[in-house]
Design a protein around this ligand. Structure first.
Ligand SMILES: [Zn+2]
Ligand SMILES: [Zn+2]
Length: 169
């Protein structure tokens, strides 16, 4: 049986990982893992949030706060109200003050919408209007792939107000 370094947290000689921030040896059970997707929608991911293994101290100090905030923003992004470019009947009276968002290289329409919604929530908007989605085909070797891009204008609207303008289903 191979002995590994002693884990900083549980003191068992089972440390096969290292904390990316303090470099302490840690065992699998005591390691907090982040995936590539943990902060994927941030425009720029801070260096200290860009690693995959953390000891519990560093995770609590540096990562858990931003991670909770990120997940909160993601939940709110799913609630953002979306109106497409063709729904001008509903949105024509809204003032477009903010610079439009644009995203590219998205896997599908819902990723494109969610990415823009995420930016909207970060900037305290609750709706995206004038949404336009486009796709194009990419060929990489024998592999064909559809890539989505989108634009939208972020606004703040009163959901009650917009409901009054909606056509009956
Ligand atoms: Zn441990
Ligand atoms: Zn650490």
């Amino acid at each position: 049986m191979t002995l590994h370094p002693v884990c900083k947290t549980c003191r068992k000689p089972k440390a096969t990982f290292a904390c990316a921030l303090c470099q302490a040896d840690i065992c699998k059970n005591c390691t907090q893992f982040l995936t590539e997707n943990s902060f994927a929608f941030l425009k720029t991911i801070p260096e200290e949030l860009s690693h995959s293994t953390y000891c519990s101290n560093c995770f609590d100090d540096k990562v858990s706060g931003p991670l909770n905030e990120y997940n909160d923003t993601m939940e709110k992004a799913k609630e953002v109200i979306i109106y497409s470019k063709v729904q001008t009947k509903l949105t024509r009276y809204l003032k477009r003050k903010a610079e439009p968002y644009s995203v590219d290289n998205c896997e599908d329409e819902s990723e494109a919408l969610l990415r823009m919604s995420f930016f909207a929530v970060q900037a305290n908007f609750n709706a995206l209007i004038d949404v336009e989605l486009k796709n194009r085909k990419l060929t990489a070797g024998s592999h064909k792939k559809t890539i989505w891009s989108a634009t939208a204008v972020p606004v703040t609207i009163d959901p009650k107000e917009i409901r009054g303008h909606e056509d009956p289903p």
